[in-house]
Design a protein around this ligand. Sequence first.
Ligand code: PLP
Length: 437
Amino acid sequence: MNSELHVWHPFTQQALDPPPLQIVRAQGAHLYIADGRRLIDAISSWWVNIHGHCHPAIMSAIAAETEKLDHVLLAGFTHEPVEELCAHLRKVLPEGLEHIFFSDNGSTAVEVALKMALQYWQNLGHPEKKTIVALEHAYHGDTVGAMSVSAGSGFTEPFSSFLFPVQRVHSAHCYRCPVGKVRASCDIDCVEQLARLLEEKGAEIAAVIVEPLLQGAGGMIVHPLEFLQRIRKLCTAHNVLLIADEVLTGFGRCGKMFACELAGVVPDLICLSKGLTGGVLPMGATVSTREIHSTFVSTDRTHTFYHGHSYTGNPLAATAAIASLKVFGTESVFERIQTIARIHAERLAAIQKHPAVGNVRAIGSVAVIELHADDAGYFSQLRPRLYKYFLEAGVLLRPLGNIIYVLPPYVISQDDLHYVYDRIADALDLCIPANAT
Ligand code: PLP
């Protein structure tokens, strides 16, 4: 079967990229290819899968729900799965985040947050607060609003004239410090640019959006906790909302349920998706404080949040999400994440000495190896070579150009994780001759 002709694959250049591999089943950290080979899914199938593929508790919960309710619109109707999911989420969300709006994916969770932030200020009678501030290197998704707040890149270039204007400020990219400091002696000086902007234009600014502690697709950049803490303080001081896009970082990725928790920060809006359903069914959620929600509750209909998607609050996705959250209580999920983090630290300590390696960084279950490259960036020529090498070695890793990252399902075995690192070590020797640096 030649699926290439009919299935339009995402982020794929059909004229250059290898044909897609046909996956016939998945279990735990493994994907099984139709030709009988097995891959270790070392990127959790685009960062969504947390408890392993086909987790029995999640799959059987969905199967049971299919006997009862497939889907019903969420305007004017409600159902047990969505209500129970809200109750479960409220138990794990940072204190103060209370009202949960469901959508379909990470990009829609971001769109919803941006629209909520803008309408919040209008509902309050401050339509002049309409500027959004976003970070350099940000990635928030591929819909138009999410692209607008994402940093400009080859992904957004064809649409640049259609994106809304955003105030862009430095990210705490310590390896490539935007203000020329070194972390050991800096005072998070990169945040001063935001401080000045808020000082000058705070009255026009609706919200600052960040990927807390870990910027993903923009280069797997790990921020110091203080960067997020300072942003929170600045937003509060200047009466600006803080939107935390935890689409990647949520549900344990960084070592706590949410990255914001690591910094002791509570945002005004949080965006969730990916791990929300354990990586099994698509679902997004945007959670607001009571204060934001209260401005939308009014006898004046213009205060209504007129936004929704056909599949908002889908019962099967909600059921998967409840089952996934329950796994945090029934299995030693955070211990698994700690074990992964320990292995990351051990292996990165050795890898960072390799001459091809410029920088290593890690947070929770995520490890990052940035290679030297003359053509550093997503379109680095290293990427196709590495991708092919890893696949042939039985490992799914999708380097972001010259940046290799390991982001496995939490159930990955220690042997499999070491195998992934052994192949990375081989790749550094075999794929990247010394003269490539
Ligand atoms: N926000 C962040 C931080 C992401 O990493 C992503 C996807 O990688 C998105 C938003 C968009 O999510 P989706 O691909 O589900 O639309």
